[in-house]
Design a protein around this ligand. Structure first.
Ligand code: OOG
Ligand code: MG
Length: 262
């Protein structure tokens, strides 16, 4: 990857997010490959850390067929979450802060004891303290929400904000729980946690493996989003969104109404 302007690409993506302005895809014209794209993501997230944000977790992307089909990319990806991206459960966002926000239902893990590099992955119950229903608001910085694999990786996997519902102890089975995404009381998407790599616990193995390749370690106390079980839906002003996961409960998020003070 000689000659790729990692910092320059990260700056473009960062500006696009800060000003909620779509940009064209960058990977093809700059020759960005997957490793180069993760380097751009690191630089992009570093811009946030430089202004005082803190890393609080990791998110997986495209761990379900529904998501892969929606965006036309069929590789599992991962991105970073910071404290500023977290919106309280039941909180409000302003769609004007985003380009073309979409919401999707997620399952979140609260990490407890994650293996050291080289240490065998222990049991899921050792690594995860609690689980929760969650909502992720994604917002691709690329025009028309259209991107290649390296493009979406560089763009921190479209991460926008996230909301975590109440934490519960890890239930016996996580592999076949019903998932609903409701908008204004109507069902917008229906799925099952089985759609997430067959079992969302596998998303953690993938996250450890894939992030580990780039020298990124998961930390105790971090949040881990396993990836959406269903396609994402556009978030409209005034919408009230609920993600309902069987046995785990509900996470909710509102979009401010047009003209309302937020
Ligand atoms: C990429 C991010 C995917 C998920 O849960 O699958 C993701 C995108 O869809 O823009 O967050
Ligand atoms: Mg997601």
């Amino acid at each position: 990857m000689i000659g790729v302007d990692t910092a320059g690409i990260a700056a473009k993506l960062g500006e696009a997010a800060d000003t909620a302005t779509a940009i064209g895809q960058l990977a093809a014209e700059t020759g960005l490959d997957v490793d180069g794209a993760y380097a751009v993501q690191t630089a992009l997230v570093q811009r946030r850390l430089d202004r005082g944000e803190r890393l609080v977790g990791l998110k997986m992307g495209l761990t379900s067929r529904a998501k892969m089909a929606q965006v036309g990319v069929d590789e599992v990806i991962w991105g970073r979450l910071t404290d500023v991206m977290r919106v309280p459960d039941g909180g409000t966002v302003d769609v004007a802060d985003f380009i073309h926000p979409r919401v999707e239902p997620e399952v979140a893990f609260l990490l407890d004891r994650v293996p050291e590099p080289g240490e065998p992955v222990g049991s899921f119950a050792d690594a995860v303290r609690a689980v929760a229903p969650a909502i992720e608001l994604i917002d691709s910085r690329y025009a028309n929400f259209t991107f290649s694999l390296p493009d979406v990786i560089a763009d921190n996997t479209s991460a926008g904000v996230f909301t975590i519902g109440p934490w519960s102890p890890v239930p016996d089975g996580l592999d076949n729980l019903g998932v609903l995404l409701e908008v204004d009381g109507r069902i917008a998407q229906v799925g099952s946690t089985a759609a997430i790599l067959g079992d969302p616990r596998r998303a953690l193995d993938e996250g450890l493996r894939l992030a580990g390749r780039h020298g990124v370690r998961l930390r105790s106390g971090w949040v881990f989003l396993a990836g959406a079980a269903t396609a994402a839906v556009p978030l409209r002003p005034g919408a009230h969104v609920r993600a309902v996961v069987e046995k785990l409960g509900v996470a909710s998020l509102r979009a401010a109404s047009p003209g309302a003070a937020s």
